[in-house]
Design a protein around this ligand. Structure first.
Ligand SMILES: C[S@@+](CC[C@H](N)C(=O)[O-])C[C@H]1O[C@@H](n2cnc3c(N)ncnc32)[C@H](O)[C@@H]1O
Length: 211
């Protein structure tokens, strides 16, 4: 993760963010010590707040990793709510399943193992919130399936959309080009109203306003 906010400001934001309880902090520590690219407490809190704000009962996450962002999202659901979270790596999915047990959300979290592009084909909406955090080169392929599976009034939240600022400069890597295409298509989509927040590596928040 390449931060785009000045490091002292970033540290200030992270210091004031809700860190969850001991179990979630333990997953955060695991993420840091083992080098997992998790969203951290400030973005985790943002996901939690956004899910609460739309009264989410059904959430889709693409990119489970060790279940850190998934826990923030699942904790915003009511008891009968559901987080469906997609992870391409089966070993990683096992770690997430264990962590969902530790953070108390296992009954609300369903992990689907497979590549998001393929899993989405058989996954029916509507969802109240979709969080996209898969490999960046894969962003354009999942945009339309995500928008289609959102209810009107639902949110599509996407991580790393500024890619260290490269999207705004002359970056030509496959990831930079893919994220740029994703951001531009989202900005022009008449079904969506989108804004990019310069939190961490850039977080896009887009509401579906019509089918
Ligand atoms: C950036 S990490 C997700 C971090 C997680 N959202 C968090 O903050 O706790 C991306 C995860 O998505 C998985 N992944 C990457 N591309 C994928 C794809 N196309 N389909 C499914 N999973 C994918 C990776 O194996 C990795 O575990």
């Amino acid at each position: 993760m390449k931060g785009i906010v000045a490091p002292d400001v970033e540290a200030y934001i992270e210091r004031l963010a809700d860190r969850g309880d001991a179990a979630l902090r333990e997953v955060e520590r695991q993420g840091t010590s083992e080098g997992w690219p998790i969203v951290g407490p400030a973005e985790g809190s943002l996901l939690h707040v956004l899910a609460l704000a739309v009264g989410a009962r059904r959430i889709l996450e693409l990119g489970t990793a060790i279940g850190y962002s998934g826990t923030w999202l699942a904790r915003a659901l009511s008891e009968d709510g559901e987080l469906v979270t997609v992870e391409g790596d089966p070993d990683t999915a096992k770690i997430a399943q264990t962590n969902f047990g530790k953070t108390g959300v296992a009954s609300r979290a369903r992990i689907l193992v497979g590549m998001a592009e393929e899993v989405l084909e058989d996954l029916e909406g509507p969802f109240d919130l979709v969080f996209n955090d898969i490999d960046k080169a894969g962003y354009p392929a999942v945009l339309e399936p995500c928008v289609r599976r959102l209810r009107v009034g639902g949110l599509l939240v996407t991580d790393n959309v500024l890619w260290g600022g490269d999207v705004a400069r002359k970056g030509r890597s496959a990831e930079t080009r893919a994220i740029r295409e994703y951001n531009e298509r989202l900005a022009k989509d008449p079904r969506m109203v989108a804004v990019i927040l310069p939190l961490r590596d850039g977080v896009s928040v887009a509401m579906k306003i019509r089918d």
